[in-house]
Design a protein around this ligand. Sequence first.
Ligand code: UDX
Length: 435
Amino acid sequence: MKIAIIGTGYVGLVSGVCLSDFGHEVVCVDKDPAKIDALTHGKVPIYEPGLEDLLARNVEAGRLSFSGDFASAVSSADAVFIAVGTPTRRGDGHADLTFVYEAAEEIGRAITGYTVVVTKSTVPVGTNAEVERRIKAVNPDADFDVASNPEFLREGAAIDDFMRPDRVVVGVSSERAADVLADVYRPLYLRDFPIVVTDLESAEMIKYAANAFLATKITFINEIAALCERVGADVKQVSRGMGLDNRIGNKFLHAGPGYGGSCFPKDTSALARIGQEAGMPMRITEAVMDVNDRVKRRMIDKVIDLCGGQLSDQRIVVYGVTFKPNTDDMRDAPSLTILPALVGQGAEVRVVDPEGRREGETLLPGVTWFDDPYEAATGATAAILLTEWNEFRALDLARLSDRMETPRMADLRNIYDPDAVKAAGFAEYVSVGRA
Ligand code: UDX
């Protein structure tokens, strides 16, 4: 099949590369010529393990190309995927659909034969119906259907999530559109990956409900962790004991400094707005957003307590600032809440992160960047483990404590065993949900 992908951001690029690897002929379209030029020369603007190689292989095979020519890509496509950004609108928390509707109208003007216009961007319930209305408005003769095909890609695991999904969700309002999407995902269908074919509104809701539920699950264990600290329980044991119940499951039940990323904050905010607008407030989701912010801020207090109540003469080394490992993404990362507070209270903050420096340098003023975790720890009075990169999972703790002026650690991802840390010479060790 011939496929056009509108938008070469995180979702568009991963989807385009993977769909071309299925054997389809894919053109990824973007308005930014510099981006198109870089991609044509195999330069991938995001850090996503395996993406660069997979992109190069499919460009080499002639199945994947990049273009700024919107009309030509759309006019020859059987399916056009809208994968543009839907950022949180300033001020009201709504998903900003400007780019989605601009793309829809431009697609409407370029459509020639029967085309399925697929919205992959995360959009509020009812958006696909509005996309259909806007295409008809600009081109009443267009022979097309719309479809909703939300993505469930995790940054750092996106290719695996695309190639081996728990399920593919397809929202359609016609058999013809269902047939086209079945062809698009045939390689997955043939390998028995579940494909949920439903209506447009349910497909749109599945995405928001899934992300809000995952954010809720994380926030629940983070709240339990705070209580564990008060009553002397160990949240890792609690999580294990809960997760063995297969109705609960052990995934997304790891206490930490709060969730971040480009999706959970945006999607919980959008779902809360959808509920408000529909006169059915999403009280649980609203509470999750509030508690998550408190969790991030509580980490600041944890570090201040660890440092004896003031930070003015502290040298603090922070291991990891991206919102999670195996990504360079800093969007809504807990570090963006925690580190400015430490700097603001007079601490000298040193940062080590394998991929975070590129974006972090502008987002985290006032910190010093180091490549080597031990050099960064020289003379430090506290070490914070904030993002659980593999590089920080097996630090030589004795070597670290030797380098530090006052060996103290705040392990905000519960990576280390408290006794092992103390045995390595650390005077104090605090973590999340463990007394
Ligand atoms: C998420 C969803 O998992 C994915 O299905 C959706 O398509 C996009 O949003 P992503 O945001 O890339 O993916 O990362 P994810 O791995 O879900 O982690 C989100 C946040 O939750 C991170 O800040 C992570 O540190 C945090 N998290 C995750 C926890 O704090 N505890 C956990 O147990 C799991």
